[in-house]
Design a binder for this molecule. Sequence first.
Ligand code: CDP
Length: 253
Amino acid sequence: MARRKKIYEGKAKILYEGPEPGTIVQYFKDDATAFNAQKKDVIEGKGVLNNRLSEFFMQGLTQIGVPTHFIKRLNMREQLVRQCEIIPLEVIVRNYAAGTMSQRLGIDEGTQLPRPIVEYCYKDDSLGDPLVTEEHIAAFGWASQQDMEDILSLALRVNDFMSGVMMAVGIRLVDFKIEIGRVYDGDFQRLIIADEISPDSCRLWDIETGQKLDKDVFRRDLGSLTDAYTEVAKRLGVMPKTSTPITKPTLIN
Ligand code: CDP
């Protein structure tokens, strides 16, 4: 088989040219990075788990009418996705204070916010993805006013969906990050959820114990990241078949 053309290699994923025009193969690596790649490690099995989990969330979003780039999973580590122009923003939705919000505003981690708060960061690793306002976004032309309205509505729909899915398996969705892509259908453009949705890009805490089940386990050296992600996958019933036997997710009455 001919070697595939690599389009881009990021910290956690590699993108290859897809089999048809307008498609991309997204490969999930085992590499974990934090603090703008100052902390790095290889976590065996992370890519397999994130491929499955991202598929699960993206498919669920499609089912409730939120458009995503996901087409189908190809194998343990790869999924076929729709090619799109990534808007250079990290869209963060927060339900509870944590991480940089707690540091910036001096709010204790875990404090419930009065309502979901949406933040935008400019996607640029060399700058450490700085927080920006809608003024910057408009002035520098990263997204139009209409895009911003659509992005806000997509972000809040993803938040409601993810919060509900997680709550059903005893997990609190503290915050998450999404990336948005632009696709063109003839003369019309529309926005879709792109990149990935996984415990790498969310904060997930056990509702009962407060145990962290997300990338903070790696950032803060709290134990095995694979165990944490496996716990999320198990509860959601999306454990990869080749791993240890799946225990059925607990049904909540
Ligand atoms: O994660 P960190 O504390 O550096 O930043 P944050 O602004 O508190 O992150 C909010 C949420 O977005 C967390 O769930 C992060 O995992 C996620 N995030 C991400 O996935 N990628 C980034 N480059 C920044 C944040």
